[in-house]
Design a protein around this ligand. Structure first.
Ligand code: FAD
Length: 516
């Protein structure tokens, strides 16, 4: 009996706490889809691959996975599902690199489109006065970068991690330390090619089908599948000066960050992170960062304190190193960091942009990559960031051992308010990202602890009246989605009615239900 109870308890934990949904597939689905003429193929077996994501907490089994070879394969599937009308429950989800956190790229009993199969004519770089690249919606940003670098060019705005697809990040926003200057990735797109929820293939930009263009950017996959994107480029620097400095005072840290993002002459990338109760911090950093004054730095004791790290880079070409050093010195002289904590390093532009992949390789080798990730990403208005920090850092969170906590400011004016992305209503707002990991798939204690902490943080924002917005939002009821979009909900829902009237697309976002 005891053994049975243990097995039952384990099953309960897996099914309920692990967020796994049981699914019984519709037996008519294979025969209805099998009749379609496709260049690529549909797989009805091994569908469990499309029932997982980076979050590792939600699993919804699809009925089939489409491996498209051409855009017409994608159009054919969606048109077929659309023409089945309300009599069918089938839905369709584009899956980029599956790096969502809560099943957003999954489709319970539906069809998942494996976007990485779509090569769609390859990545084409157009040099010239206003350079740009045309790339498939299923292409990884790292591959786009590698292709652009062959021409001495690179996209302007990034995410911290490049093994994500173009369609996946453009469906959210795409934010990193360059966004204060260039805006998020969705502010750096000239044109999109999209298959709508009716199966129509449309090209769109600010001049052509503008409503669809704006709807799809930050649109959480609700209006169509992005099959191609035209992305703005700039000359790529050869090298990056990469700098980290520490603060113990939150106000000095954020004031310096805000000063830097608003200055005319400034760094090319500005982020920051919070360190709570970490031991041996400086020793960990030595491997990739050289302290400017090794003697002073070795005396710096980080143990047990809350520290704030400002991270910056300055791009340069090798023949401009002297000028770059002078500019960096001038910029640093205006900051109020703890003097013994200036850490710097010089790396190639590619090494800098692809930096998180180095950590991925290390974590994978230790079995720590494919674990549950109860991440929480918030956009907090500048006027409330201090209240937020006072309550969260040290009170709700007593250490940052479960993963990095990013904190950096962005300018609202660099975002296009015609897109679907939702941000706070203040010119400066902060991205605060709690990037927690469990230690293994069975580490329920840490997972539960992190989820409870996330709830406490959200609860605090609610009670304190902090008008924050979730980035990579996750809600389960339409009421919550309405509150998220606020006065932009009507436009969002109206556009949904035009481009995906049966609510076929991206069901894993749980915003609309398939019309049946
Ligand atoms: P998926 O998870 O596959 O899809 C995401 C959503 O978009 C789903 O709803 C899906 O249906 C839809 N979708 C996918 N492709 C298309 C398409 N072609 N057309 C229409 N809809 C589509 N984000 C940042 O902004 N900045 C960061 O620095 C950052 N760092 C990250 C680091 C890591 C390690 C991870 C795991 C995520 C990070 N993210 C970051 C979040 C990331 O941008 C999103 O999770 C993004 O959705 C992942 O892209 P993906 O290709 O895996 O998309």
């Amino acid at each position: 009996l005891r053994q049975h109870s243990v097995v039952f308890l384990e099953l309960f934990l897996v099914l309920v706490l692990g967020g796994i949904a049981m699914h019984v597939s519709d037996p008519d689905v294979p025969s209805s889809l099998d009749a379609l003429r496709l260049e690529g193929n549909l797989s009805f077996h091994d569908v469990s691959l499309a029932a997982k994501d980076f979050g590792n907490r939600f699993r919804f089994l699809p009925s089939a996975i489409l491996h498209p070879v051409s855009v017409s394969d994608i159009a054919a599937i969606i048109k077929h599902v659309f023409q089945m009308g309300p009599s069918s429950k089938l839905t369709v989800a584009a899956r980029g690199h599956g790096h969502s956190l809560q099943g957003q790229a999954q489709a319970d009993g539906g069809v998942v489109i494996h976007m990485e199969s779509l090569r769609g004519g390859g990545t084409r770089v157009h040099a010239g006065e206003r350079p740009y690249v045309d790339a498939s919606g299923g292409e990884l940003w790292i591959n786009v970068l590698l292709e652009c670098l062959k021409h001495g060019l690179a996209p302007k705005s990034w995410t911290d991690y490049l093994h994500l697809t173009i369609g996946g990040t453009l469906s959210n926003a795409g934010i990193s330390g360059q966004a204060f200057r260039h805006g998020p990735q969705i502010s750096n797109v000239h044109q999109l090619e999209i298959v709508t929820g009716k199966g129509e293939l449309l090209t769109c930009s600010t001049e052509e089908n503008a409503a669809l263009f704006h709807a799809a950017l930050g649109g959480l996959g609700q209006f169509g599948v992005i099959t191609r994107a035209r992305i703005a480029l700039e000359p790529a620097p050869e090298m990056v000066k990469w700098i980290r400095v520490l603060y113990s005072d939150f106000s000095s840290f954020t004031e310096d960050q805000e000063k830097l993002i608003s200055a005319r002459e400034t760094f090319d990338y500005i982020e920051g992170f919070v360190i709570i109760n970490r031991t041996g911090l400086l020793n960990n950093w030595r491997s990739s960062f050289n302290p400017q004054d090794p003697v002073q730095a070795s005396r710096f004791d980080s143990d047990g304190r809350i520290l704030f790290c400002l991270e910056m880079t300055k791009n340069f070409n090798r023949d401009e190193a002297d000028v770059m050093h002078q500019r960096v010195e001038a910029l640093l002289s205006r900051l109020r960091y703890i003097p013994s904590t200036l850490f710097q390093s010089e790396v190639t532009y590619l090494e800098f942009l692809d930096r998180v992949h180095v950590s991925e390789v290390k974590l994978r080798s230790k079995g720590l990559w494919e674990v549950p990730h109860p991440w929480l990403n918030l956009l907090i208005p500048r006027t409330r960031i201090k209240d937020f920090a006072e309550e969260v850092f040290g009170k709700i969170l007593t250490d940052s051992n479960n993963g990095p906590i990013l904190l950096y400011p962005l300018h609202r004016s660099k975002w296009d308010n015609r897109t679907s992305a939702v941000i706070p209503d203040e010119e400066v707002f902060y991205l605060v990202a709690f990037l927690s990991s469990a230690l293994s798939s069975s580490d329920h204690d840490n997972l539960e602890r992190a989820l409870k902490q996330n709830d406490k943080i959200l609860d605090f924002c609610n009670k304190a009246g902090i008008q924050m917005k979730q980035y990579l939002p996750h809600y389960t009821t339409q009421e919550e989605w309405k509150a998220h979009f606020g006065d932009r909900w009507e436009l969002f829902a109206h556009r949904k009615g035009i481009y995906d009237p049966l609510s076929i697309l991206a069901p894993g976002q749980r915003i609309f239900r398939k019309v049946v």
